[in-house]
Structures are given as structure tokens and as C-alpha cells.
Design a protein around this ligand. Structure first.
Ligand code: NFE
Length: 477
């Protein structure tokens, strides 16, 4: 029996520690620890409610748009605007979020995960790598290394596309309650089309093909990293003004114990039994005010444990495409619940989004309004649900005396990397690790493959680092 600790396990964005017990060459139990303190919600208390969509973008440099979008949807609801957003405003919001999505998925595959499968040349920053098990044929491997570099240019292009509408990246300036602050003109549409065509070509002819080439060679990874097999998605990209349950390009829904079902946001709650927060918080997201308790004996993570009706739920592109009954992903059957299933879903998602964005560009009407004026009410409440690149993202805000009374963000990586809950059920990543074969506990490449298939981001999941907290080990291969 060996204890294997990988800390931190992510190549960017915060400190996720994984601790596994390995016995007989397999993981028998796993603990996922978020080593940052969550605090943005506490900072927001007492602020003008409209500060939220700016502040929450600072949670993370990878998915600021998703946080800004969720906050804005919550404000649309709290300010009573959600049925009045001009079509141009709705579409431009979707274009901004879609651009960030493409950047994020390309980033994840090439720069955060590919070097667990592709043998890198012996050149920093591509090395050091974990040893062994690089199986791609030499020509495919060499092409993948070239694509790693090309992907940097593609990410820049996605940022440029986003900045046409959002003004800048990260932390765009356009998405606000009531619509967007940017106007629609022909020049922006033409520039966007030019960039989007190149991105779509890369996604379809390089990214998707590389993912399926890797999956073809690493077929055993279609059976490893299974996880909880419960899926949750809030849906993505509104197509009308009906709020969280309106028509979306990807619908919302759940898949629990093998059954598809409708989403009921009232079933979303959080546990803190094994988190470093005082016990007894309300499971209602609008009341879940947390008090840090770093010495709590039962705690082993700064992440809370979001649960849906008490169920452990996986979120992310696999969950979203599974809930949407995407034929490619459902066609994989049970093999979809795996490391390669998650990579495949992310690639298919990226292609879907690129293609649909082209259609949205054609729906824009130059000169038409993009935003409506609005005022903050004395009292109000709003919920904003979207799917971020890493999965279901919800923001809840309560307004009292024109200020934020409580704010809560329940974030994709909080779902996926959550610790055990009130019923001691392990979180999705903890479950996915159990059963993973580990050939050499001193070279645990198998563990990082499982965890990185979820694309975890601890900055999102907990939001702030305490400056005096020591990070104990660095293994960032
Ligand atoms: Ni920091 Fe994030 C995304 C959000 S993940 S990347 O996508 O919300 O928890």
C-alpha cells in the first residue's frame, strides 16, 4: 500500500492536491483538496449590485466571461430585465462567451492535457514530463507538438474575436444587465467572420482530429476514470428571453442513476461537513453564508460540496453533451464516462460552438439596440445559471437597501473537485480516481490523466489564496 500525493496537480489556476491510497497497483481511495480560501462572495457584501459582474470576472483569468455572464443573468432577473434584452444584446453576449469557450477548450487540450499523451521534445517549457507511456506513432506525435505551438496562435485569435465585442480579454467590459454596451456594425461582423473561419478550420481539422487520434491510440482510457455517472448541465447560450428555463442552444437537464430528467434549481445545495467552514450553513444558495474554519478536524478542503438533491453530479462538456443527447457522445455508450470521453466531448463541444457562432453573426442587425436602461431596486433577488467551459455555473445575489446582502457562486470545479459531503459520499473526481491503475507510485501519470480530464480550476472553485499558507509540494509535469 502506498500513499501518492500530487500537489498541485493542475498546470495553471490554483492549487488542487490529490491524495490517493494505492494498493495492488490500483487506487483504492482518493481525497481531493482545494488549497485556496474562498472569499469573493464575502468581498461583494455591501457593494452596489452591479459591481458583481465586474468583480466576479476577477475570480479567474480563464473563464472570466462565464462568471460575468452568470452574474449578469442574476442581475437581469433581480432588476426585472430578463424578458426585455434586445436580440442584438443576447447574441453579442453569446458571441463573447463562445469566443472564450473556444480559447478555453483549445488551451485545455494542447497546453494543459496533451503532454500527458504526447512525448515532448527535450526543451523547456515542454519538459519535465512524467516518464513512459507515450504511444503515438512518431509522425502523429511530431504533428501534435507542432499543433501545441499553433494552438497558442489560435488562442490569441479567439481573444481577438472576443475583444471585438467585449473590448478586452480577460475581463471584458461589454456584458452588463440589460444587454451589452457595444454597438453592432458591419465592420465588427466582417472582422469576426474572418477570425471565426480560421478558428473553425483549426478546431475541425486539427483539434478534433488530434483528440480522436489520441483516443484511438489510448483506447484503454475510454474505460478509466469513470466517476459518478450522474450528469448536470444548466444549458448554454440563450435563444430567447425566458431566463434559465428558456430555449438554449444546449438545453439544461440532469441524468441521475441512468435516467434523464428536468433541472430543478431548488435541488441545488452545498454541504460543508468536510470543508474548512463552520458547520450549519443553509443549503439554500441565497443563504449559504460561509465562515472559514481552518482548524476544523473533519475538513480537508476549502471547496464546499455542491450536490443536486443529495446526489454527486459531474459537470462539464461531457455532462452538457450527454444531457443534450449529442449523438456522438451518447453513441459512445458507457465509454463516454471516462478520461477520453471527457476529451472527446470537449472537442465536439468546441466544434459545435464554432459553427453555431457563424450563424449568430449573420443574425445580428447593425444599428439595432443592444441594451436597455435599468435601475437597481431597493430589494431584489436573482439567479444566473449558465454552463462555463468547465461545467454548470450558478450565481445567486440578494439585494437589500440597494446593496448586495448575500452573494454566492457555485462553480464547476467546486462540483467536480468537491470533497466528501454530509453523507460522506466522495466527490466526482474522488470517485473517478478509484480503480485507476497506477503502474509506478513514484511516477503517477495515470492519476494526472484522470484529474486533468475534468479540466479543474481551483481559482474558480475557491477564489482567493491566503498569503501565509504554504504549498507543500510542486509536481507540475
Ligand atoms: Ni477558472 Fe471556471 C470555468 C468557472 S471552473 S475556469 O469554466 O466557472 O470551476
Amino acid at each position: 500500500m502506498a500513499t501518492v500525493i500530487v500537489d498541485p496537480i493542475t498546470r495553471i489556476e490554483g492549487h488542487l492536491k490529490i491524495e490517493c491510497e494505492v494498493d495492488g497497483g490500483q487506487v483504492t481511495s482518493a481525497k481531493s483538496t482545494g488549497a485556496l480560501f474562498r472569499g469573493i462572495e464575502l468581498i461583494l457584501q455591501g457593494h452596489d449590485p452591479r459591481d458583481a459582474q465586474d468583480y466576479v470576472q476577477r475570480i479567474c483569468g480563464v473563464c472570466p466571461i462565464d462568471h460575468g455572464t452568470a452574474a449578469t443573468y442574476a442581475l437581469d432577473e433581480a432588476l426585472g430585465l430578463q424578458d426585455q434584452i434586445p436580440a442584438n444584446g443576447r447574441i453579442v453576449r453569446n458571441l463573447i462567451q463562445g469566443s472564450n469557450y473556444m480559447q478555453s477548450h483549445i488551451l485545455h487540450f494542447y497546453h494543459l492535457a496533451a503532454l500527458d499523451y504526447v512525448q515532448a521534445p527535450n526543451l523547456p517549457p515542454l519538459v519535465p514530463q512524467y516518464a513512459g507511456d507515450y504511444r503515438l506513432p512518431p509522425d502523429v506525435n511530431a504533428a501534435a507538438v507542432q499543433h501545441y505551438l499553433q494552438a497558442l496562435d489560435m488562442r490569441k485569435m479567439a481573444h481577438q474575436l472576443l475583444a471585438i465585442w467585449g473590448g478586452r480579454m480577460p475581463h471584458q467590459r461589454a456584458i452588463v444587465p440589460g444587454g451589452v454596451t457595444v454597438n453592432v456594425d458591419t465592420e465588427k461582423i466582417v472582422q469576426s467572420k474572418f477570425l471565426l473561419e480560421q478558428l473553425t478550420d483549426f478546431i475541425d481539422n486539427v483539434y478534433v482530429k488530434d483528440v480522436f487520434a489520441v483516443a484511438g491510440v489510448y483506447k484503454d482510457w475510454l474505460g478509466i476514470g469513470v466517476g459518478c455517472k450522474n450528469m448536470l448541465s444548466y444549458g448554454l447560450f440563450p435563444q430567447d428571453n425566458s431566463g434559465w428555463n428558456g430555449k438554449r442552444f444546449y438545453p439544461n437537464g440532469v441524468y441521475i442513476n441512468g435516467q434523464d430528467g428536468a433541472l430543478d434549481p431548488k435541488k441545488i445545495g452545498e454541504d460543508v461537513k468536510h470543508s474548512w467552514y463552520q458547520d450549519g450553513i443553509s443549503t439554500d444558495p441565497t443563504e449559504a453564508v460561509i465562515t472559514p474554519a481552518p482548524d476544523k478536524l473533519a475538513g480537508y478542503s476549502w471547496l464546499k460540496s455542491p450536490r443536486y438533491d443529495g446526489n454527486v453530479m459531474e459537470v462539464g462538456p461531457l455532462a452538457k453533451l450527454w444531457v443534450a443527447q449529442n449523438p456522438t457522445i451518447r453513441g459512445l455508450g458507457a465509454a463516454a464516462f471516462s478520461v477520453m470521453g471527457r476529451h472527446a466531448a470537449r472537442a465536439v463541444d468546441c466544434s459545435n460552438i464554432a459553427h453555431t457562432m457563424m450563424g449568430w453573426l449573420m443574425q445580428l442587425v447593425p444599428g439595432d439596440p443592444t441594451c436597455i436602461p435599468n435601475e437597481v431596486p431597493k430589494e431584489g433577488q436573482g439567479m444566473g445559471l449558465t454552463d462555463a467551459a468547465r461545467g454548470a455555473l450558478g450565481h445567486w445575489t440578494v439585494i437589500e437597501n440597494w446593496k448586495i446582502k448575500t452573494y454566492n457562486a457555485i462553480v464547476p470545479t467546486t462540483w467536480n473537485a468537491s470533497p466528501q459531503d454530509a453523507k460522506d459520499q466522495p466527490g466526482p473526481i474522488e470517485q473517478a480516481l478509484v480503480g485507476t491503475p497506477v503502474k509506478d507510485p513514484n511516477n503517477p501519470i495515470e492519476l494526472v490523466r484522470v484529474v486533468r480530464s475534468f479540466d479543474p480550476c481551483i481559482a474558480c472553485a475557491v477564489h482567493l489564496i491566503t498569503p501565509d499558507r504554504k504549498v507543500r509540494k510542486f509536481r507540475v509535469y
